[in-house]
Design a protein around this ligand. Sequence first.
Ligand code: ZN
Length: 345
Amino acid sequence: MDALDLPWLAQPLAQALAHARSHALLVQGPAGVGQFDLALLLAQAWLCEAAPEARPADGRACGHCGSCKLFQSRTHPDFQILLPDALREPLGWAAEEAEGKEGKESKSKPSREIKIDAVRAMLGFTQTTPARGRAKVVVVYPAEALNTVAANALLKTLEEPAGALRFALASMAPQALLPTIRSRCQPVPLGLPDAAQARDWLAARGVEQAEVLLAAAGGRPQQALDWAQDGLKAATWLALPGRLARGEVAAIADWPVPRALDTLPRLAHDLLCLAHGAAPRFCPAASLPKKPLASAVTAWSRVLQQAARHAEHPLNAGLLLESLLLQGQAALHPERNPERNVPRA
Ligand SMILES: [Zn+2]
């Protein structure tokens, strides 16, 4: 049996295939654990044309039949995917239709929403008979990216799908979905993978001190891998509190703003835990000051939250990072204040 790229999905996949009662499943869980991948595995399994005895016992796709080959080459005629334009390229689904849009439109920022036009095109697809006869499958990711108009357009089809039509929605924020969408889907919960399994998976992909980045990512291996591939090393993460405490601007000066806004709140979270006598979650305690000042940490958290709200268009990334760092210095190093730095006469 071929191993899955994300081994921790094997059990939830088997469960979902064995217990699917609905034609629409909603894979839900935290970001960075593979909801999208699980939705694709479900889709491939539903479309697979191999006889049950020629498939793995857990019911997943065979990986070798004509349907699986088409699915793997992303050209299956009975499969459609709904993604926001902003995710097409990062996820490797920058399709033909996107290429046709070169020119003046390519200058505008790709949308983070799934819009009504995309849903209408998908509905057209669902109304034709399957090209290969087995089923038709639509994956929607992330389902919370459906704007209200698009979600409403999807409702009826979700409730009364034509023929052998099946849906796999995946969401990191199911509470943000229209209740009417949620109620039409069977939930497939996906939790954090086993830490040892996730650590080994990261190590196999060349991540050094994988347990450090895995903890920094709150146990979400895909998030940890993204950071590692983006150049964030475990050693950098471990040294960060000390460098921020010393006011070393260079510690984060060349960081992409989204990474700073994604990671620094975790550091602030841990400092707040320590200030209140609780154990840190994202950083090893040894890398943190023993007793940070709660008021300074709270002030820093507020600054970070505010920065996150304007993250889409920071006026000046360098200035923003520097101010986040200076605020962080106070949180990490409460005893540092101007008077202390004045040499005694
Ligand atoms: Zn197959």
